[in-house]
Design a binder for this molecule. Structure first.
Ligand code: 4AD
Ligand code: MG
Length: 447
């Protein structure tokens, strides 16, 4: 039964390499008096071979999926293609159950669904109720691993670019992206909110640290259930000083390409992306640029209607469905720019050549649509006061934001990128919920 060669400590004649491994049973296979156990420790698996008495004494009931074990034995090198991960196999001469998992009706395999179809709400809810257990399956582990690599890639890219990380507060008393999606709370008798974006705080750091970024949670009380909206998501945000709108677009292109390259440089992440999204290709540079007004034309020409069922006209919001249709059809990264001021947030700088529109950008990716929202910021004091007024915002709680325009303003801009949407794009996930450890969306705050 023993295939391969015993690993020795020296080149020849040394002692056999003995190892002790701990992990949970992933899979068991029995054949003619021998038993294979795949022991999982985090994302790695060790193939263990049990023979003779070891295979006889312990029946399959003890070795059910998720039972936690310690196995001791000799390490063998197996020929490539012999199924053992990393071509290594542990020939066990001893094992001990650390904690048994149940069999029967309560067995992991019976209770926990293993297909990851999130496209119907019933299946998705069933999977997410057991998220604490479904996370042990291969695909969710791989997605969480890639998320960690992508997050590190953003940190590394900004480290390379000399942009400083800061950590703005999550408890705030101002809104950034409109009042309708604020989560309010009682803060020692005062009204406060969970932050929708760290942008305004990042802007205050420019005179102090120069270019800054953060990766924090943002919160949105989204009152609809879509494939790409969460109540709590990971927001990568940056703010850059003394730049033009073109600089901002160039920065975004550079950053996204760096992060993709850094992610693919991790072999485990690259393998997972290849497995779940075989067609994935790093985005081609330069990214396609398209003005909002041209997108409206594009949608009109193809008879794609707006939310009221009419032809799109200048000034309409481009809703998720239309945006997805357009992105999938064009099938490449799109930088959609120059949105009308009245459909965007109060802080956006107007374009110099057309007062109706802002120096704003959304980056759209096939399969997801918007993954980035960014803009140049109003930096003139009076213009900002006029913007509060137009938006019906009380300027009082924004005094610290307004002060930035008083003490040495500058042309500056930045963006926010939804990390879960980025993951959904890279790994071809049906929904951003799959890119969250424990997703939060309308109706779910558990487990
Ligand atoms: O377009 P948004 O709302 O822009 C802002 O919040 C800016 N203040 C960011 C900035 O300039 N610093 O959000 C930015 C990105 C979106 O493009 C999207 O990827 C993600 O955040 N996002 C969400 N992701 C998941 N669930 C939600 N409910 C999201 N809302 C926004
Ligand atoms: Mg947006």
């Amino acid at each position: 039964a023993k295939i391969g060669t015993l690993r020795k400590e020296g080149d020849d004649g040394g002692k056999a390499v003995r190892v002790k491994v701990q992990g949970r049973v992933q899979r068991v296979a029995k054949q003619k008096g021998i038993m294979f156990v795949w022991l999982r420790r985090g994302m790695s698996t060790m193939q263990c071979l049990l023979t003779g008495d070891l295979a006889k004494t312990y029946d399959a009931l003890v070795l059910v999926r998720e039972t936690s074990l310690e196995i001791v034995g000799e390490l063998w090198e197996t020929p490539a293609g012999a199924h053992a991960p990393l071509s290594r196999e542990l020939h066990a001469d001893y094992f001990r159950v650390i904690a048994a998992a149940p069999g029967g009706d309560d067995a992991f395999a019976t209770r926990v669904p293993s297909d990851f179809d999130h496209s119907t709400s019933q299946a998705s809810e069933a999977l997410l109720n057991l998220r604490h257990l479904t996370l042990r399956h291969e695909k969710p582990s791989a997605v969480m691993y890639v998320k960690s690599v992508v997050e590190r890639a953003f940190h590394n890219a900004y480290h390379e670019l000399g942009v400083t990380k800061v950590s703005p507060p999550a408890l705030v008393q101002t809104q950034v992206e409109g009042g309708s999606t604020l989560f309010g709370l009682d803060y020692y008798g005062q009204k406060a909110y969970l932050t929708q974006s760290s942008q305004l705080y990042l802007e205050t750091m420019l005179p102090s640290l120069g270019d800054v970024y953060c990766i924090e949670k943002s919160f949105r009380a989204e009152k609809s259930l879509t494939r790409r909206h969460l109540s709590e998501y990971t927001h990568v945000e940056a703010e850059l000083d003394y730049i033009s709108f073109d600089d901002l677009l160039a920065h975004l292109e550079d950053l996204i390409c760096r992060v993709v390259d850094l992610t693919l440089a991790d072999p485990v992440a690259a393998k997972a992306i290849k497995e779940y999204n075989p067609d994935f290709k790093p985005p081609a540079r330069p990214f396609m640029r398209m003005r909002y007004a041209d997108a409206i034309e594009w949608l009109r020409e193809r008879g794609i209607k707006n939310e009221e069922g009419n032809d799109h006209v200048f000034g309409d919001d481009i809703a998720e469905a239309a945006e997805r249709l357009m992105t999938d059809e064009i099938n490449q990264t799109i930088m959609l720019t120059h949105f009308p001021a009245h459909i965007k947030a109060f802080y956006m700088q107007r374009a110099a050549d057309d007062d109706r529109v802002t120096e704003s950008v959304d980056i759209l990716m096939p399969g997801v649509g918007e993954i980035v929202g960014g803009s140049m910021r109003i930096w003139d004091y009076d213009e900002l006061l006029a913007a509060y007024k137009r938006e019906g915002l009380d300027p009082a709680p924004y005094y610290w934001y307004t002060d930035q325009r008083k003490y040495g303003g500058s042309p500056h801009g930045g963006f926010g990128l939804g990390l879960e949407r980025f993951l959904a794009w890279m790994m071809k996930l049906w929904t951003v919920r799959e890119a969250c450890l424990y997703p939060r969306y309308m109706g779910r705050c558990t487990p």
